[in-house]
Design a protein around this ligand. Structure first.
Ligand SMILES: [Zn+2]
Length: 75
């Protein structure tokens, strides 16, 4: 870095004043679990009172994938 590009600590601090992390917005699902706003619930698979994700099937797929990964030689 050349001297021309150097700037003051205040300038750096001013830029970094916008870098703070914010906690994700969550709301309570009708099933009782906390879920992020504008996303389907990961626990019951519902969005706006309607089931949009088959949670049981998703769990089965995940288990199958994990099993395949555990035994790589069987394919
Ligand atoms: Zn839910």
């Amino acid at each position: 870095m050349v001297v021309r590009m150097r700037h003051t600590r205040a300038h750096t601090a001013n830029r970094r004043s916008h870098h703070a992390l914010v906690a994700p917005r969550t709301s309570k699902c009708e099933c009782g679990a906390m879920r992020s706003s504008h996303r389907a619930c990961a626990t019951c698979g519902k969005y706006r009172g309607r089931v949009v994700i088959d949670v049981v099937a998703k769990q089965a797929r995940k288990a199958k994938k994990a099993k395949a990964k555990a035994t790589p030689d069987s394919k």
